[in-house]
Design a protein around this ligand. Structure first.
Ligand SMILES: Cc1cc2nc3c(=O)[nH]c(=O)nc-3n(C[C@H](O)[C@H](O)[C@H](O)COP(=O)(O)OP(=O)(O)OC[C@H]3O[C@@H](n4cnc5c(N)ncnc54)[C@H](O)[C@@H]3O)c2cc1C
Length: 713
């Protein structure tokens, strides 16, 4: 705790204790108020402004210090100033004092509480950020919650100070009115219990839950409004219809079938979507072949000589298709039909919140459903470059049908797809130029990780052009050229084929969302339940984002399916707290949790521990001793905030940290776990060892050293 905070805390505690030591609280009792009423009334008559000011100051100070007595002070306002002025004065004084108490709690304790219990408080924080005003209003209206507790606890939450103030002011007005009214007839009150009867408390409780009831009614009205103009069928053919059979759609349908719901899955192209047909699977298969070629070429120093390594691209692409073919049965119509899913191969269009039209071979039919899950994925983003119309460009959709290796391949975009495909083609034999507008590749990754990969890509022979902004395509003497801007000057980069890898665009149009008015930005807008503005239409996967990965699509699919099937009885908020991802280049680049740059952006304190994979026995034996493990931890603690690994099989090494972060396991426990020798996974133990060494208890060790010296003597 900082010196300033400590000082303020001590001051508040000292003032609080002195109020009791000097028995000042006796003046805040009903008996004293009744005894003194006449003097107070004459003081007010003689000197109204001074009485106002003194009363206001006493009320604010006692509330700010959380002293008991607010009820008596409020009665006093009625007795001395009458109803109108009393109400004005007491409600402002109470709100102002409560605000000071709230600010003190926030200043002194909030950072500490959020740092210590932040993760456990995450759900509460989210709730307060969303509905804090509602909760506060309810708490203020229900007299069962002690006034000072609300002030202090609210100070520890993320509620905005201004929201806290005005909601308190409004919420306290009603309660204050009752006490002030009673104060105007002070003589008839013998105890504080006389002021509020059980019936009155009941009425306040009812008032207190009103905001929550109002919110519930509002959501029903919103729901009705969304459905206005559509006729809801009396019964449905399906519990759920899923549009798109990629990673997100397949898992949604699987979950629905597993819980015995009637579900129809509609796919217009290939089962398995991007991941199987044009994404993860072919890219990993291609990288594998490219790495074999590279290792064969570079194996002379190991004593293995392979002269003149030849790559037959037709055969390579056939191998890629064979791999897809082997995995295809996992996502096939047959498998899903067997699981209990009704699969329809056709084009889906949503025609009402409960009806989906399917067009197959020119014929159209309409099916009804209680809920819809949109899982239509994304496609390569192709910006409108001047001159692009004259270029037969490649994307991650069509690159798999190449039958000839481009001699000079230009890859536009240094994200994960651009980096993976650049390395694959370079290693297969193309001369690749990788053009990236930012000053580094992999902008979402830890900066050092990106740098380590950049060095390897350059060692592979890739011409890496960061800071180059592609502007237009031209043709010169039958040669294709990209004109790019670099340091304010135009540069011409010639190429034979260009692969555009500039991001992915969500498929949000052309299947009924526009006509229905489903809200979209660049992706479909959903809430934490993955619900669109139509309460029975959900969305998941790349069409929602923000993380466009297969495992995130499947993760979201569970939430979308369960919420779609069981809302309003039980719903779950999607949890993005521990999301790993991997770029499958050589070396691989893997990440979970915060990078250093993100920690800095969020003003999060952290410590860094690294371990050099160049030192790892197994990596040395495998001739792949390159990379490092970097772990971010809470200062002074072994709690993991983030891990970035660059190295061989970094994605596999990461799994241990994903588990650790998900279940709150720290570096001490990883260090205390046996890792087989010699494995790459030992790097995880060694980095934990590095952390332990840096946090060794030096004082204790000095004593232990003395102990051993004594035993030797
Ligand atoms: C080259 C590349 C490599 C990748 N590598 C990885 C990786 O290694 N790891 C990883 O986690 N992720 C990777 N990804 C990302 C991953 O492929 C996607 O995140 C994942 O496929 C998203 O799944 P999805 O179900 O949301 O969408 P998709 O897989 O795109 O599925 C959407 C489906 O909906 C269908 N559809 C759309 N509209 C309609 C309609 N109106 N009617 C019927 N059907 C419709 C489409 O035909 C499609 O089959 C890679 C992507 C690419 C391009």
């Amino acid at each position: 705790m900082s010196f300033k905070k400590l000082l303020l805390l001590l001051l508040i505690v000292a003032l609080f204790i002195s109020a009791f030591v000097f028995d000042l609280t006796q003046y805040l009792s009903l008996d004293v108020l009744k005894e003194q009423q006449q003097q107070l009334n004459s003081l007010f008559a003689q000197n109204p402004f001074a009485t106002f000011a003194i009363y206001f100051a006493i009320y604010v100070i006692s509330t700010a210090l959380s002293l008991p007595g607010a009820t008596v002070l409020t009665l006093g306002a009625g007795a001395i100033f009458g109803f109108g002025w009393g109400l004005l004065l007491a409600s402002f004084a109470a709100s102002f004092g409560a605000f000071l108490s709230f600010l003190s709690a926030r200043f002194i304790l909030r950072d500490w509480v959020q740092a210590k219990f932040g993760e456990r408080l995450e759900a509460i924080n989210r709730g307060i950020e969303r509905d804090g005003a509602f909760y506060l209003l309810s708490l203020r209206l229900v007299p069962l919650f002690p006034f000072f507790v609300i002030n202090l606890v609210m100070g520890l939450t993320p509620i905005k100070a201004w929201t806290y103030y005005w909601v308190s002011q409004v919420g306290m007005l009603l309660g204050a009115a009752v006490y002030i009214n009673a104060g105007t007839q002070l003589a008839q009150i013998n105890s504080l219990g006389d002021v509020v009867s059980a019936d009155l408390i009941g009425a306040f409780v009812l008032l207190g839950i009103m905001p929550i009831v109002a919110k519930f009614i509002l959501s029903i009205v919103k729901r009705r409004k969304a459905f206005k103009g559509y006729h809801k069928p009396k019964s449905f053919d399906n519990n759920m219809v899923v549009i798109g059979a990629g990673s997100a759609g397949l898992v949604s349908a699987y979950i629905a079938a597993a819980v015995k719901a009637k579900v129809t899955l509609i796919e217009r192209d290939k089962m398995g979507g991007d991941c199987l047909n044009t994404g993860c699977v072919p890219s990993k298969a291609l990288l594998h072949v490219a790495n074999v070629a590279q290792q064969t070429r570079n194996s002379e120093h190991l004593g293995v000589k392979a002269d003149n390594v030849q790559v037959d691209v037709k055969q390579v692409m056939q191998q890629v298709q064979d791999v897809i073919g082997k995995i295809e049965p996992h996502d096939s119509v047959e498998r899903y039909e067997k699981l209990g899913v009704n699969v329809e191969l056709g084009n889906a269009r949503i025609v009402s919140p409960w009806e989906v039209e399917i067009t197959q071979n020119g014929e159209t039919k309409t099916i009804t459903t209680r809920a819809i899950v949109v899982a239509t994925g994304a496609r390569p983003l192709i910006p409108q470059f001047e001159g692009l119309d004259n270029v037969d460009y490649l994307t991650s959709d069509n690159v798999w049908s190449l039958q000839e290796l481009p001699k000079r391949l230009l890859v536009l975009g240094g994200g994960p797809i651009g980096c993976e495909l650049s390395q694959a083609f370079q290693r297969l034999g193309s001369q690749v130029t990788l053009v990236e507008m930012a000053d580094r590749i992999l902008s979402q990754e830890d900066q050092d990780s990106a740098e380590l990969l950049a060095q390897q890509l350059q060692r592979d022979g890739i011409d890496l052009k960061t800071g180059h902004k592609g502007k237009r395509f031209e043709q010169h003497d039958g040669e294709h050229v990209l004109v790019a801007e670099y340091n304010g000057k135009e540069q011409r980069i010639p190429f034979d084929r260009v692969l555009i890898a500039l991001g992915r665009q969500a498929n949000v149009s052309g299947f009924g969302l526009e006509a229905l008015g489903v809200e979209t930005d660049r992706t479909i807008n959903t809430n934490e339940l993955l619900q669109t503005n139509y309460p029975n239409i959900y969305a998941c996967g790349d069409v929602v984002g923000p993380y466009q990965f297969t495992h995130v699509a499947s993760h979201q699919a569970w939430y979308a399916a369960v919420n779609a099937l069981f809302d309003p009885f039980k719903t779950f908020r999607v949890d993005y707290s521990v999301i790993p991802w991997v770029t499958y280049t050589s070396p691989q680049v893997a990440n979970v949790g915060l990078t250093e740059q993100q920690a800095q952006q969020h003003n999060k304190q952290y410590e860094v521990t690294t371990y050099d994979i160049g030192e790892l026995d197994r990596a040395i034996a495998d001739d792949s001793a390159y990379g490092r493990v970097k772990v971010l931890t809470v200062p002074g603690k072994d709690k993991i905030l983030g891990v970035n690994i660059v190295g061989p099989y970094a994605g596999e090494l990461l799994a241990e940290y994903v588990l650790a972060m998900k279940h709150g396991i720290g570096l001490n426990k990883i260090l205390g776990t046996i890792h087989s020798y010699p494995t790459l996974a030992e790097a995880n133990k060694y980095v934990a060892g590095e952390w332990k060494r840096a946090h060794a208890p030096q004082r204790v060790l000095n004593w232990v050293e003395k102990f051993h010296r004594w035993r030797r003597s």
